[in-house]
Design a protein around this ligand. Structure first.
Ligand SMILES: Cc1cc2nc3c(=O)[nH]c(=O)nc-3n(C[C@H](O)[C@H](O)[C@H](O)COP(=O)(O)OP(=O)(O)OC[C@H]3O[C@@H](n4cnc5c(N)ncnc54)[C@H](O)[C@@H]3O)c2cc1C
Ligand code: FES
Ligand code: FES
Length: 474
């Protein structure tokens, strides 16, 4: 089958890829679809939110809605889903409650950003009709407005709490569910257009068979990294295996004091599910990109970029996490051992990153710090993931993992060795900070100068001391 199906514009659409490239983004599709130009292109790299759309997916028999940046979503990955754009808010002669509150609160001036804000809010209110102020801020943190100012937009968003009820989209749900459920199931989809080949397996076995058959294929999951190759480098990626439909990669469970996370679990889902088990990681992930990106970006994709400034590798190393790689057989590595260099891992061609396993240590206290120029939607300048085991007043064990201080994420081993067996005193942590700055030779780049990075590294270790002594919460 060379086509996908999804629900859009009041019908089940079938897109045949003999005439359109499978790396067409949902935004590019919309910009060429008659009458659906409300979705705007600002940055084409996930940074402005003007292209936000809502994707509905059937989960346990009902539709779950997520706001995503349509510029970062390849069209085939919405197969079997419900695509909602700002035009779907239309309810005949009446405005949708979201449109009405924007008018009532003067929340739109030039209007360029408005469709994106309204889509982010639609997904929020579908998820939760009574969100907190923090949840409202989180919902629109990935949407930029250059002219209205954020207060009226927040006022509009907050005023929806009292007015949102059943809308035209909720009323459509039975029809949408019926249409989506009628899509025939296959083992995999094989989409071909000119020299491009886009494969979608639905189970891990099939995914492994395809990676074995096509070891040169580019794997994608959320595509928040890979889509940039299409958008910014104008690269025609020849062969893609899309793992985002593989159910086995989306499992998330606690078993025998281990948190087991499928590589395809999104950052947003991970964040929402670890509020009680790993509160410091939950807090830290609030500053990973913005909600639209977190709704797509996966933990596996983040590890596989092996970026020295990515958010997840430092905490995973500090927590002693392991990865399971699937191929001809399964292999287990610690995350520390799995990352071998600048954007390098031990994953070999034909293999897939399957799971991440985090031990839930009772005796460790963790703190994760990310320093970036902006709070959200920014990659880190320097990060420290710190963990400690204390016995009496003495440090029994400690791990200090830095991002942004070397070509790959690295532990400050000299500082760790110095602290082990020592008392928790400010002086000892200041000295450990000095040892960390001596160990690393960071670079100067657009984000920061090398000396500023060294000062940050030292100060983060002192901040860890302050947090430990002023706040004993795990
Ligand atoms: C606007 C914006 C903001 C961002 N902010 C942050 C941030 O704050 N912090 C941060 O760390 N990152 C950030 N990123 C980077 C990116 O979102 C993350 O690295 C994300 O976790 C990648 O996951 P993905 O599923 O989208 O990966 P994809 O783009 O699908 O893939 C990324 C890489 O991983 C490989 N891959 C994916 N899944 C597997 C698998 N199961 N097995 C083997 N290989 C696999 C792919 O082949 C590819 O090389 C940002 C990106 C954007 C566009
Ligand atoms: S166009 Fe800016 S986030 Fe998509
Ligand atoms: S209303 Fe003009 S950018 Fe927001």
């Amino acid at each position: 089958m060379n086509s996908i199906k999804f629900y859009f514009d009041n019908k089940l659409q079938e897109i045949d890829f003999s005439t359109i490239s499978p790396t067409t983004t949902v935004l590019e599709f919309l910009r060429s679809y008659p009458g659906r130009w409300g979705t705007k292109e600002g940055c084409a790299e996930g940074d402005c939110g003007s292209c936000t759309v809502v994707i509905g997916q059937i989960v346990d028999g009902h539709l779950e809605y997520k706001a995503v940046n349509s510029c970062m979503v390849f069209l085939p990955s919405i197969h079997g889903k419900f695509l909602i754009t700002v035009e779907d808010l239309n309810q005949g002669d009446n405005l949708h409650p979201i449109q009405q509150v924007f008018i009532n609160n003067f929340a739109s001036q030039c209007g360029f950003c408005t469709p994106g804000f309204e889509m982010s809010l639609l997904a929020l209110y579908k998820e939760n009709p009574n969100p907190s102020d923090e949840e409202i801020t989180e919902a629109v943190e990935g949407n930029l407005c250059r002219c209205t100012g954020y207060r009226p937009i927040r006022d509009a968003a907050a005023s929806l709490r009292s007015v949102i009820s059943r809308d035209n989209i909720t009323e459509k749900e039975p029809v949408v569910i019926k249409a989506l459920s009628s899509i025939e199931r296959t083992d995999y989809l094989d989409l071909q257009y000119e020299q491009q080949h886009y494969l979608i397996p639905f189970a891990l076995d099939k995914a492994l068979e395809l990676t074995d058959q096509f070891p040169e294929a580019v794997l994608v999951n959320g595509a928040t990294d890979v889509a940039l190759r299409h958008n910014k480098q104008k690269e025609k990626i020849g062969l893609i295996i899309d793992l985002s439909f593989v159910e086995e990669l989306r499992q998330l469970e606690i078993k025998n004091d281990y948190l087991i996370i499928g590589a395809g679990v999104t950052i947003q889902r991970l964040k929402n599910n670890i509020k009680d088990t790993l509160p410091p990681l939950h807090e830290y992930l609030k500053n990973f990109a913005a909600k639209q990106i977190r709704n797509r970006a996966t933990i596996g994709g983040n590890i596989m970029t092996a970026s020295p400034i990515g958010d997840l590798i430092p905490p995973l190393i500090t927590m002693g996490a392991q990865v399971i790689v699937a191929g001809k057989k399964d292999y287990t590595y610690t995350v520390e051992d799995f990352i071998t260099g600048y954007r390098q891992t031990r994953l070999e061609k034909g293999q897939i990153l399957k799971q991440i396993i985090i031990p839930l240590h009772e005796d460790w206290t963790f703190r994760f710090y990310k320093v970036s120029k902006r709070t959200t939607l920014d990659i880190s300048t320097v990060s420290l993931s710190a963990g400690i085991v204390v016995s009496g007043q003495k440090i029994k064990d400690v791990r200090l993992t830095f991002g942004g201080m070397a070509a790959m994420v690295k532990r400050a081993t000299q500082a760790e060795d110095f602290l082990r067996g020592k008392q928790i005193t400010e002086e000892n942590f200041i000295q450990a900070g000095q040892l960390a700055t001596n160990q690393f030779k960071p670079i100067s780049d657009a984000r920061s100068s090398a000396p500023a990075r060294s000062i940050l590294a030292k100060n983060l270790i002192i901040k860890f001391y302050t947090d430990l002594t002023q706040n004993s919460e795990k």
